[in-house]
Design a protein around this ligand. Sequence first.
Ligand SMILES: [Fe+2]
Length: 195
Amino acid sequence: MVAVKYTLDDFVQEMDDLLANQPDNERIFDRGSDYLSRLIANPDAIPERFRLPMGSGSRSNHGSWLLHHNPDSGLLVTAVVWGPGDHAAPHDHRTWGMIGVMDNALTETRFRRVDDHDRDDWAQLELDRSSVVKPGEISLLIPEVDEIHQMDNFTDRPTVEIHVYGNDLRGLERVRYDLETGAIKQMMTEKYDNC
Ligand SMILES: [Fe+2]
């Protein structure tokens, strides 16, 4: 007997069912990370063209592919591909998120903001932790608690992740942090170039 593999449709259906009950973040992470674990265990669930960097344009070494968006619940599912040496400076998300590694590895560095938030153009960040995330591993983004991260692909081949968010990041006012100067830069993505 052939085991039936978990598909993107299965994942979306289970997430939609979960979110329909308006759960708190703890429950979303508890149940959702189970579903995401099953999805990232099956790379074939995602068409190969969404597991590759863009190959052209200003970020040809990066890939950000929309897999699903439900405007009612806000659920957004993307495949994010980090080519060798690809990097994202520290930034926030302003919504809950789950990131699962599907192929290869990546360094994710987390920071915490330790100033008193009285300026919107400057922040003091402290290093919280840095970890190498590998296939099957999931990291959680908890708004305003633990969500500022930097990503680096230190390897010589692309790393594939599935990103799941509670809101469409497109048009969301977010910020990017300059670690050297402390400057905060507003950022808003207009297309699905999210991470
Ligand atoms: Fe991110």
